[in-house]
Structure formats: structure tokens, C-alpha cells
Design a protein around this ligand. Structure first.
Ligand SMILES: [Zn+2]
Length: 301
């Protein structure tokens, strides 16, 4: 595991290339020592915890693969965006924001979140808002609220170093993820565009590549095009009326069925429903007798 240091800002690569169930972390090694999304490398994080070198945890959002090792730092303060403070204070609010409050797989989700990802209810000591500037000593960081992936999802900009931490707007080949009850496709697109306006030199993503230098415009376009492609595939599949279950079974988002099924079906369904709601809003799809229909022939869309 090789950390990369940019002055006081340390990039900590996640285990397994920063792919789920891990993410990349940033450690701010200044007068006030902070870790952003401690779910990267257990050995590195345990060492920080043993040496009591974390005053502050900052979470970009509430997802389990970003908070998994928060519990190693019980004495640290916790800072999160004001729209999602509730998810940290209350496990049932967390499930509600995900859209899992009434899941028939409650036992499986509880085991995943509580045992495997160590979710612990914890009151944030600060709930920040867009534009807030946090000062750690020499290092300052501006909060950029970038909702869509989830409500309250945030990116963080370090103007003096030209570093932009993008969180789960991760430019991955899979494309954007928006499967929770509080996720939103249009907000995801707007948030990505907002990040493109920030004059950064170094971009940090929560997963996979991690550090990207230079212009990310093309990567961002490719990333957002995945949303369009998914929408097109749904419209093609609606050559005849289909139920939501039939569309989910098609695995248009994940391209094939993965295991465990309860986990991937939740995400597939969540994202498909966001697309269907958006296609209905845009007048391309309507519902009748429990099925989704095209409002016009596919080649006219
Ligand atoms: Zn996430």
C-alpha cells in the first residue's frame, strides 16, 4: 500500500484497487488531523487509531463502503453534510434514506451494515453546508455539495493544492450510481457539471483510479453518457409493455445478475425506478394497468 503525499494531504489507496467494499481515503496531516472516508486500508487506519492521530472524521456521504472504519476512532469528532446528519444519528434513518426500511431482507442487510461494515449510531459534532470552509492549520478545504449519488453527498476542494476530492462521482467505467431512495439522476448530472467548473489540477476519486491529473472533461462526459445508454436500453426493452419486475430482471444496469442477489437486485431496482420516473417526467413513458409503456415509437424518441 503506497500513500501519495501532496504536502499535508495524504492519499490513502483503498484495498483491492479501492473497489467496493473499500474506498480511497484522504488523510489531512496538519495541526488538526482529519481522515476523509476511513474505509480504505485497515492496517493503515488501525495504525492511525493506535497512535491517536485522528481528531476528526469527515464522511462524503453515509454509504457503508465509506464509513466502515469510523468505529476505530470513537473519540474523533464527526463532520457530515447537514442533509444526512440523521443517517449517522439513527440506523433506521440510514435504512430509510437507502430505501431499505421495509426490505424483506432485513436480516441480511442488518448483518451487512452492522457486522461487516460496523455501522454505529453516532451524532455528528458538525453538520456542514455547501461553501463552508474547514481549516486544519495550514490546510483549508471547501465543501462542495454534490448530491445525486445520495442526498447530502459532498466533494471537497483544497484550493491551495489544487486538489478536488470528488467522492463517488468516481468516473468509473460502471458509470454513476443512484440506487437509494434519496438518489437522483438529474442532480448527479448537475453535480458532475459543477465539479467540472472547479479549477483543480489533481482529482481524487473514491474508487478505482484514485488520482487523476489534468483535464477530466472527456472522462466526465464518458461517465455521464452511461446514464443516456441505460435510458436507451430501457426504452428499447419497452418495445412492448413491461412490468417493473420484468425490467429489473433484464439487468440493464449491471448487465448480468451478481450475487448476493438481494444486494444487487436492490441496486438494480433502485436505479431502474429512477430512470422510469425520469422517463415518465420527460413524457417518454407512461404506466397503464401496472405496466410501463412507450408514449411513442422508439425511433421517434
Ligand atoms: Zn456511495
Amino acid at each position: 500500500m503506497d500513500e501519495t503525499r501532496f504536502g499535508n494531504i495524504v492519499f490513502v489507496p483503498g484495498t483491492g484497487g479501492g473497489r467496493y467494499p473499500f474506498c480511497n481515503s484522504l488523510y489531512i496531516d496538519d495541526q488538526k488531523k482529519a481522515i476523509i472516508d476511513p474505509a480504505s486500508d485497515e492496517t493503515f487506519l488501525r495504525k492511525l487509531a493506535d497512535e491517536r492521530r485522528v481528531d476528526l472524521i469527515i464522511n462524503s456521504h453515509y454509504h457503508e463502503d465509506h464509513i466502515a472504519f469510523n468505529y476505530l476512532f470513537p473519540e474523533a469528532e464527526l463532520y457530515v453534510h447537514e442533509d444526512i446528519g440523521a443517517c449517522f444519528k439513527s440506523y433506521s434513518a440510514f435504512l430509510d434514506y437507502c430505501g431499505l426500511l421495509d426490505s424483506q431482507y432485513k436480516a441480511e442487510w442488518d448483518d451487512l451494515f452492522l457486522n461487516r461494515f460496523h455501522f454505529r449510531e453516532r451524532a455528528p459534532s458538525l453538520e456542514f453546508a455547501d461553501g463552508d470552509v474547514l481549516i486544519f492549520g495550514d490546510t483549508k478545504m471547501r465543501v462542495i455539495h454534490t448530491p445525486g449519488h445520495t442526498a447530502g453527498h459532498c466533494s471537497f476542494y483544497f484550493p491551495d493544492q489544487g486538489i478536488l476530492f470528488m467522492g463517488d462521482l468516481d468516473l468509473s467505467r460502471f458509470g454513476p450510481w443512484y440506487g437509494d431512495r434519496v438518489s437522483d439522476i438529474d442532480e448527479t448530472i448537475q453535480s458532475m457539471h459543477r465539479l467540472l467548473e472547479i479549477p483543480a489540477d489533481i482529482y481524487i476519486t473514491s474508487h478505482e483510479t484514485g488520482i487523476i491529473r489534468g483535464d477530466i472533461t472527456e472522462l466526465a462526459e464518458t461517465y455521464l453518457t452511461v446514464i443516456t445508454t441505460r435510458g436507451k436500453r430501457i426504452l428499447e426493452f419497452l418495445e412492448r409493455p413491461r412490468t417493473a419486475d420484468e425490467i429489473v430482471e433484464r439487468w440493464i444496469i449491471f448487465r448480468r445478475e451478481f450475487q448476493p442477489r438481494y444486494f444487487f437486485e436492490f441496486a438494480e431496482r433502485g436505479m431502474i425506478m429512477k430512470h422510469l420516473e425520469r422517463l415518465i417526467r420527460n413524457g417518454k413513458v407512461e404506466t397503464k394497468e401496472g405496466k410501463f409503456h412507450l408514449t411513442s415509437a422508439p425511433d421517434e424518441i
